[in-house]
Structures are given as structure tokens and as C-alpha cells.
Design a protein around this ligand. Structure first.
Ligand SMILES: *Cc1c(COP(=O)(O)O)cnc(C)c1O
Length: 401
């Protein structure tokens, strides 16, 4: 009897997310291994020349070359697609490879894109610098206000591109409203869901067309590898994305795919506990620092929208002290929390965006998107929150807060 595998959608799509995260996409080799195998092979051999020709013609199932397919990578793609509730997924070498591919595969000179103003530094570089260089017009808007997307539409607008919650201001975008405007105008909405992951927020449910990830963040979750993913309909992935990625090669390595497969097994556990810890730390900081940007706190103006879309806090928020000197002083006074610009890690990490992740964004644009000189972004990890609060308490005292 042939054992069911995680590749059979008629079975796996009925599983709950916690089950999908552990078993979704699994393929077993002839050895019946329980944990997914790591297939380190760049190429594949054929039984006869006719098989090779049939595979290249797409008439026979099977692998041809690891830039195009790899069993370990395919297991991860199927698992992410299931968790997202998407028809299809393709992984990439990094989050930025995923964002770049998701945009360039569908845009051409003469097109127009509307992007969210508050965004990861490199995502802003795509909209501000890369796309215009190839004749693609871009407009950035305050994505908290859906009307601004509507008002920015031109006859040649092809794509809306934004993240929610946004890095590092935690601006929340009303997915249903903005994706609804996109749908009404035949515009493709591309949502960078790195902060939330499908464990907390599924943008497709709110009408998004394409959801893209830095899997480096919560999906790996232990600071080991870079990875990215793009999810969407079969037709978008196969007809629009694949021709671009197969020929340009931003392919994820099988080793990194294997690490992320293992990371997904604990995604739900980690994100729930990190959310709980982040809320404890956030409540401690609220009132103690001049400003906190954490929509999970009821005092945040976008709290209700955030909770409706995310359902839980997530591990990341930002807060503000008085300028760069105090922000750097606070970082230097920390003993437990690391000074590090990564997020989603099981370790607590803090960074000063304006001098690190957003230093490549022009100063006027940084100010406009709300990345102030006193802003610090905190990723709350899996350590005991009492230790984190003690570390912050002492460090804040040292800088006079
Ligand atoms: C980190 C990040 C990226 C880029 O991902 P990499 O894996 O570092 O290339 C893109 N978008 C957001 C929101 C991020 O946090």
C-alpha cells in the first residue's frame, strides 16, 4: 500500500495549519525517512534519452535541474502554499529576491506602481530607485489611508505594493480596503507579509493577489539562513513569475530550504510565545518611553484593525526616545538584548533603523515615513520576558529614562 504523503492536496488542504506546518509538502524517498531529506544535487539523471526529452517538453513529471526544481525546495514550496491558503508558491534565495521577482516579473517600461511609504529600506529602494531606472513610474503613499491608493491610480497603474505591519513604523494597512480598490481597477496587489507570517495573517483572505515573504525572519526564526517566497494563483506563479525566475535564477538553495522546513514545524509555537513576550515587554515600555509604536496595545490608533487582521501581537514593535544619541546610548547599555538588525529570531534583538536598516533611504524620505532619529525597533524573542524587562529597565535608567 502506498502511504499518503504531504503532497496530496485533496488530503493536506483539509488539515489545520499546525498539522500543515509539520507535515504539509513532505515527500518520502525509498528509505521512508521521517524527517524531510536534504537533496543536495544540482542535476538529475534520466533512464533514457526519450525521458530527458519528455521532461523538457513538460510531458513527463520529474526534475531536470535545480535552478528549476529540487525535491527539498519543492517540499518547502508546497508547505508554504498550504499555510498561506495559496494555489502555488515559489521560494527564492532571500526576501529581497522574492520582492524583486514578484515585481519585475509583471511590470514593464511604461507601467505604474503605487507603493506604501513606510517599508523595509530595500523595498523602498526598489520603488524609489530600481523600478524608475527601467522606465516604471512609481508613487508612494501613506498606506494607512486607503483613499491615497485610490487617488494615486493612473490609467497605467499595474501594481500596489505594501507591507503590513510596516517595517519599522508598524503602520497597519487595511488589507480589505486597499486590495478591494486594486481588484476594482484590475490592479495586482503584492503584499509583503514578513512581519506577520501566515501563522498570524493571511492577506489572500482579505483579497490580496500575491503574498511575498522574507522567510529569513519568523519562518526560519532562529537566525540561520536567508530565504524568500512568493505565493499566489497557479496562473500568476506558473505563467508570470516562473518565466522570470527560471531564467534569472534567484533560486533558494536546498540546504536553506531544509532549514526553513524545520523552522516551520515550530512557527506557530514560537510566534504565539514571542507575541505573549512582546506584549509583556510592550506594556512595560508604554509610559516609560516617550512613544511606542505597537498596534497590539489598545492605546494604538490602529489597534482594532491590527487585531482583526493579525489576531495576535507578533514579536516586533518600535518605540522612540530623544534622538540618536539617546537611542545609541540605550543600545550600548543593553546586556542581554543584542544590537542586531535581524527580526523574527528567537533571540531578542534591537536596532536603530535610521542608522542601519533605513540608512540607505534619503533623510527626507526617512522623516516622511516616520523613521525618526530616536526610533528603536525591538524583536522580542523566546527568553524569559522578566529578564528582558530587567535588561531594558536598567539600560533605560542609564540613559536617564
Ligand atoms: C527583512 C525584510 C525583507 C528582506 O528580506 P531578506 O530575506 O533580508 O532579503 C523584506 N521585507 C521586509 C518587511 C523585511 O523585514
Amino acid at each position: 500500500m502506498k502511504r499518503r504523503t504531504g503532497q496530496d492536496r485533496s488530503v493536506t488542504r483539509n488539515w489545520k495549519p499546525a498539522t500543515q506546518a509539520i507535515r504539509g509538502g513532505t515527500m518520502r524517498s525509498e528509505f521512508g525517512e521521517t524527517s524531510e531529506a536534504l537533496f543536495l544535487s544540482s542535476g538529475y539523471a534520466y533512464d533514457c534519452a526519450g525521458d530527458a526529452a519528455a521532461r523538457f517538453a513538460g510531458e513527463q513529471e520529474g526534475m531536470t535541474y535545480s535552478r528549476l526544481q529540487n525535491p527539498t525546495v519543492q517540499m518547502l514550496e508546497e508547505r508554504i502554499a498550504l499555510l498561506e491558503g495559496a494555489e502555488a508558491c515559489r521560494t527564492m534565495a532571500s526576501g529581497m529576491a522574492a520582492m524583486t521577482a514578484a515585481l519585475l516579473c509583471q511590470l514593464e517600461a511604461g507601467d505604474h506602481l503605487v507603493g506604501g511609504r513606510a517599508a523595509f529600506g530595500s523595498c523602498r529602494w526598489l520603488t524609489d530607485t530600481l523600478l524608475p531606472k527601467f522606465g516604471i513610474e512609481t508613487t508612494v503613499v501613506d498606506a494607512r489611508d486607503a483613499q491615497q491608493f485610490q487617488d494615486a491610480i493612473r490609467p497605467n497603474t499595474k501594481v500596489f505594493f505594501f507591507e503590513t505591519p510596516a517595517n519599522p513604523t508598524m503602520d497597519v494597512v487595511d488589507l480589505e480596503a486597499v486590495c478591494g480598490i486594486a481588484k476594482a481597477h484590475g490592479i495586482t496587489s503584492v503584499v509583503d507579509n514578513a512581519f506577520a507570517t501566515p501563522a498570524l495573517q493571511r492577506p489572500l483572505k482579505f483579497g490580496a493577489d500575491v503574498v511575498a515573504y522574507s522567510a529569513t525572519k519568523m519562518m526560519d526564526g532562529q537566525g540561520r539562513v536567508l530565504a524568500g517566497a512568493v505565493t499566489g494563483t497557479e496562473s500568476f506563479i506558473n505563467d508570470t513569475l516562473l518565466p522570470f525566475t527560471r531564467n534569472t535564477g534567484p533560486t533558494l538553495s536546498p540546504f536553506n530550504a531544509w532549514v526553513v522546513l524545520k523552522g516551520l514545524e515550530t512557527l506557530d509555537l514560537r510566534i504565539r510565545r514571542q507575541s505573549e513576550n512582546a506584549l509583556k515587554v510592550g506594556r512595560f515600555l508604554e509610559g516609560r518611553v516617550p512613544r511606542i509604536n505597537f498596534p497590539a496595545l489598545p492605546s494604538h490608533p490602529q489597534h482594532n484593525l491590527f487585531m482583526r487582521q493579525m489576531g495576535d501581537a507578533g514579536p516586533i514593535f518600535s518605540f522612540e526616545v530623544e534622538g540618536r544619541t539617546q537611542a545609541h546610548g540605550l543600545l550600548d547599555a543593553l546586556q542581554l538584548i543584542d544590537i542586531s538588525n535581524n527580526i523574527g529570531d528567537s533571540r531578542s534583538l534591537m536596532t536603530h533603523p535610521s542608522s542601519t536598516t533605513h540608512s540607505g533611504v534619503a533623510e527626507d524620505k526617512r522623516i516622511e515615513m516616520g523613521v525618526t532619529e530616536g526610533m528603536l525597533r525591538l524583536n522580542v524573542g523566546l527568553e524569559d520576558p522578566e529578564d528582558l524587562i530587567a535588561d531594558l529597565d536598567r539600560a533605560l535608567g542609564q540613559v536617564g529614562l
